[in-house]
Design a protein around this ligand. Structure first.
Ligand SMILES: Cc1cc2nc3c(=O)[nH]c(=O)nc-3n(C[C@H](O)[C@H](O)[C@H](O)COP(=O)(O)O)c2cc1C
Ligand code: SF4
Length: 636
């Protein structure tokens, strides 16, 4: 391929490719995103390719990025009908080629089913999981082959860049991004246009653009999926940013080492863009020189923080620094640096292609456009989803996620990763946007959305997130280094049934102090999960403290033994118990829960096998007095 020397060259190439692609022939799209790969989709793609070869059929098998419906992988989508098959194995290849490709018939037992009717779904557009999404940023993910620049160009890729370089001034680009209302998707929601404007205003002959693809939050896989599935969209956004801020010839994509597929696809995309004249010197003959390199992160969560990330690129230890100066004025090697998140950059070509007014028409007053979420946890359908800002938690969890698994009750949604917070049942109709989430003590974060049901202990969940941030704290400032450690000690005590009521006040005070006084966002947001669960699930904390009971029945040390109605009062357990926790009551033998240490000695000697662990709320003899029939064989 010779380099494209102008916007006209690019348009001509797109036309040639489009003609080639618009044959009307079926296309078999095998999802080769990380989740489907793990489920064996590469072997499926090989088997289908081989089967087509044997049958002498010229149909393209496209290995795409994540198609989103991860729960049912390996996924295969067959176009033009848009049929979606789930759980496909290599042994299905012959049938797929013969029935679907050759005879254009839907294979019912492979087709994904409608969650309510159980009917095999003809096309993805009929599946509530897709129907209720607005896939704009994810528009190419799952459709194109991310290793093929031709696929991206045929789908309209680099058109925005060409138009920008040919017809727009840098100021006009910035003004458009500002009018669109794009806010950064990396967590804090800073207005992107304002950042670029500051980048343009900053003086320096050397400026940088950085794409933050560190993504260290537990439960997050949006940025990885975007980079794996549509890397050119991110590069295109970065090139446009470089043009807009001016004097910028170098860019970096900072990807964590644990993302090998994303790394590979970005590497291929950069090489291809260079080959086609979309990176390097004199891009599309416009005079713009800009190139991008990859930097690998070692997987420290704090390195996602912008200043720490820049130190990491410089080869120093990734520790945040005090701001100001802001990175946009003095960032990488002291030069003005514009750093944005993967999804933020992927929004840019979309806005330039469809216009600021169109974009600003999606979402809410203060939060425009869509948001990509990694939906996981106890929902029926987990996966990669995209909704307009302002969609409610209920719409995401029930309409798209299909509700809670095994008919259990929705308890909470943890949004925003370790710096976010929990949304309780009473907030199911809360619109998801930057302001609303902040209003209930949560945060958008980068887009991890973990749903939990009644079997999850909220105290333990808060402890999990806090232990993550505590371990990931870089230790530079005392409020974060010492404060999170102290909070964690208190939480450990509570889940072990050794807490005191005064601990709740201490957690609250410490949490607020740490948020106020920490140097960077890690420490500032670390208490979020604890503060939000204290606010909405206080009774769970109190049950652990006052009753040594875990209402969800999940805290190991608070799992309680109870004596069932089969007890014949032989007294063996009473004799064996080293704590003397078993005693006679007017209802028979019972275990004193404050003395019992759960050693299981009584269980091992009981000839009737009637001593067992009680499960949380509503379980047998859980001490709440709600056990229903039968004597209460536990105290306290
Ligand atoms: C501890 C910590 C980790 C972060 N990790 C990420 C990350 O993985 N990806 C990201 O884009 N932003 C992350 N951020 C936010 C960045 O510091 C920065 O605000 C963001 O990348 C800016 O891009 P945006 O304006 O496009 O959102 C993190 C912040 C903190 C405090
Ligand atoms: S808040 Fe935590 S992570 Fe941030 S600089 Fe201080 S110690 Fe390091």
């Amino acid at each position: 391929m010779t380099r494209l020397a102008s916007a006209a060259d690019l348009a001509a190439l797109r036309e040639r490719l489009a003609a080639q692609y618009a044959s009307g022939e079926p296309v078999v799209r095998v999802c080769t995103g990380s989740a489907c790969r793990a489920a064996g989709s590469l072997r499926v793609a090989d088997a289908v390719t081989e089967e087509l070869r044997r049958a002498g059929i010229q149909v393209s098998v496209r290995r795409t990025g994540c198609q989103g419906f991860c729960q049912h992988g390996p996924l295969v989508m067959v176009d033009p009908e848009g049929w979606l098959y789930g759980g496909v194995t290599p042994s299905d290849a012959a049938k797929l080629v013969d029935l679907t490709v050759r005879r254009r018939q839907l294979i019912e037992h492979l087709a994904c089913r409608h969650p309510e009717t159980g009917r095999p779904i003809g096309s993805t557009s009929e599946l509530p999981f897709y129907q209720r999404q607005t896939r704009l940023v994810l528009r190419h993910c799952g459709l194109i082959d991310p290793t093929s620049i031709e696929d991206y160009i045929a789908a309209g890729g680099y058109r925005a860049l060409a138009r920008v370089l040919e017809t727009m001034s840098p100021e006009a680009v910035i003004s458009l991004i500002k009018r669109a209302g794009l806010r950064g998707r990396g967590g804090a929601g800073f207005p992107t246009g304002r950042k670029w404007e500051a980048g343009r205003a900053a003086t320096g002959t050397r400026k940088f653009v950085i794409c933050n693809a560190d993504e260290g939050d537990p439960g997050a896989f949006m940025d990885r999926s975007l980079l794996e599935g549509d890397p050119h969209a991110v590069l295109e956004g970065m090139i446009i940013c470089a043009y807009a801020i001016g004097d910028c010839r170098e860019g970096f994509v900072y990807v964590r080492e644990e993302y090998p597929l994303a790394l590979e696809h970005v590497r291929i995309a950069i090489e291809k863009a260079r080959e086609f004249g979309l990176l390097g010197k004199n891009i599309l003959g416009s005079g713009l020189d800009f190139d991008i390199e990859i930097r690998r992160g070692a997987g420290a969560f704090v390195c996602g923080e912008s200043t720490a990330l820049m130190f990491s690129i410089e080869g120093k230890r990734g520790m945040p620094r005090v701001t100001p100066p802001r990175s946009v004025e003095a960032g990488l090697w002291g030069c003005p640096t514009c750093l944005n998140n993967v999804e933020t950059f992927a929004n840019v070509p979309l806005i330039l292609n469809r216009g600021a007014d169109w974009y600003a028409g999606i979402g809410t007053e203060g939060s425009k456009g869509t948001k990509v979420f990694a939906l996981s946890g106890k929902v029926k359908y987990t996966g990669l989803i995209e909704v307009p800002m302002g969609a409610t938690v209920r719409q995401v969890v029930f309409d798209i996620g299909g509700g809670i698994e095994q008919g259990k009750r929705f308890k909470a949604a943890q949004i925003g990763g370790p710096g976010g917070g929990c949304i309780a049942e009473e907030h199911l109709d809360l619109p998801i946007d930057f302001e609303s989430l902040k209003g209930v003590g949560s945060a958008m974060g980068s887009g991890a959305l973990v749903v939990v049901d009644e079997t999850t202990c909220m105290v333990d969940l808060a402890r999990y997130f806090l232990s993550f941030t505590q371990q990931e704290s870089c230790g530079k400032c005392p409020p974060c280094r010492i404060g999170t450690y102290q909070m964690l000690r208190i939480l450990n005590r509570i889940v072990e049934g050794k807490g005191e009521e005064a601990d709740l006040r201490k957690l609250d005070d410490l949490g607020r102090l740490i948020s106020r006084t920490s140097l960077c966002g890690l420490g500032k947001s670390a208490p979020g999960p604890v503060l939000s669960t204290l606010r909405f699930f206080r009774e769970e904390y109190l049950a652990h403290i006052l009753e040594r009971r875990c209402p969800a029945g999940s805290c190991e040390t608070l799992k309680r033994l109870t004596i069932g109605p089969e007890c014949v009062q032989c007294g063996l357990c009473e004799e064996t118990c080293p704590q003397h926790a078993i005693m006679e009551t007017e209802n028979g033998l019972a275990i004193d829960l404050l003395l019992c240490v759960n050693c299981g000695a009584c269980v091992s000697v009981c000839p009737m096998e009637c001593i067992a662990e009680a499960t949380g709320e509503g379980g047998a003899n859980d001490g709440t007095g709600d056990e229903g029939t039968g004597p209460d064989h536990s105290y306290h």
